[in-house]
Design a protein around this ligand. Sequence first.
Ligand code: SF4
Length: 110
Amino acid sequence: MTEVRTLTRRSALKRLALGVALAPVAAASWRQAAAADDGALPLLSVDAPEAKSVKYVENAAQAKGKVPDSSCANCGLYQGATGSTQGPCQLFPGKAVKAAGWCSSWAAQL
Ligand code: SF4
């Protein structure tokens, strides 16, 4: 015997409301997991070829020709938690960059 379940408009709205209510919790959990992972990633070496190719430095104050006040911490590709000292960068998978760092691929956050 099979049970036929119909999704009423009311139950669909309840599920939608539950999903919307839980979204911030899921996002916070993801951010905490990402922050926990930040320390696990090895730091990108400034001497690595991929770092040199984009003039990566660990201290943005040492960068030449950068957008004023730009650093990894306010780059759109930086994935570290807010206030972190280092974190993942989309440009260098599997590596962490210094939040105070900078490279020529810096992009404004959207
Ligand atoms: S892309 Fe952005 S976050 Fe990554 S190293 Fe360059 S400035 Fe830093």
